[in-house]
Ligand binder design. Structure first.
Ligand SMILES: NC(=O)c1ccc[n+]([C@@H]2O[C@H](COP(=O)([O-])OP(=O)(O)OC[C@H]3O[C@@H](n4cnc5c(N)ncnc54)[C@H](OP(=O)(O)O)[C@@H]3O)[C@@H](O)[C@H]2O)c1
Length: 98
């Protein structure tokens, strides 16, 4: 999107934390290229939360021209559906990483 000229990006995730150095460097490099990146906390499976985030963003950036849906929660385990792990698995899948 940036190579095609996008100057405003919004990155949504439930935690919206940028803690690792590699991502910080990437964001800084985008800033130097005058690409504005907004990192916003939002659960995209929650229609109300998503609508509220989009409404809030409307006043900060131009109209949306593209969306990439990349949210996923991957759990690979032999014991995924065993009863003692089921509650933990569901909790990790549907709620934020802590
Ligand atoms: N990695 C690969 O090799 C690979 C290969 C082919 C395709 N893909 C696809 O690429 C996409 C991203 O993969 P990835 O490896 O980058 O995964 P990742 O590092 O686990 O990133 C997934 C992101 O989705 C966010 N997320 C999960 N549920 C969400 C929700 N309800 N609302 C908002 N954000 C949510 C997570 O953040 P929070 O937990 O903070 O919400 C996380 O930052 C996936 O769709 C995957 O299927 C990946």
């Amino acid at each position: 999107m940036i190579e095609k000229g996008a100057k405003h990006l919004v990155l949504l995730s439930r935690n919206a934390k940028v803690s690792d150095q590699k991502t910080k460097r990437w964001l800084k490099s985008l800033d130097q290229r005058r690409v504005k990146v907004i990192v916003e906390a939002c659960d995209v499976s929650d229609a109300r939360a998503l609508a509220a985030s989009l409404k809030k963003l409307e006043s900060h950036i131009p109209p949306f021209k593209g969306v990439i849906q990349a949210a996923m929660v991957l759990q690979v385990s032999h014991f995924l559906w065993s009863s003692e792990n089921l509650a933990d698995t569901l909790r990790r899948t549907f709620f934020s990483r802590r």
